[in-house]
Design a protein around this ligand. Sequence first.
Ligand code: ZN
Length: 124
Amino acid sequence: MFRQPTIFPLGKMLEMPDRCEHCGQKMEIEPGFYYGTGYVSYGLSIALTVFNLIWFALIFGIRFSDNSIFWFMGINVAIVLLLQPVMMRYARVIYLYIFVKYGSYEKEELSEPPHQHAPETQVV
Ligand SMILES: [Zn+2]
């Protein structure tokens, strides 16, 4: 889905081809399509925070009587920031999953008149 197989270099990590190389699905369905992914990555950050809270509480314990809650917050912020680029990419993947039905592009093609497919032979 992305041009770079890893998140490095960071400056290019969100570059995507115009269309899927497998099925031809448009990647940027409309200008600004991915602005909404901010909400998805926000949700992922919250989920990650909950996950961190669970393992931190299990391993170190969280008490209000000492500084453990501050340790947790510091470590959690560090982990969330470190994983932010990864989550931004996952957010786009999830976003496409939400808005594009699998195989919908082929159906779109069939309904377009200029392509002149014979519909009865195009059993999906
Ligand atoms: Zn595809």
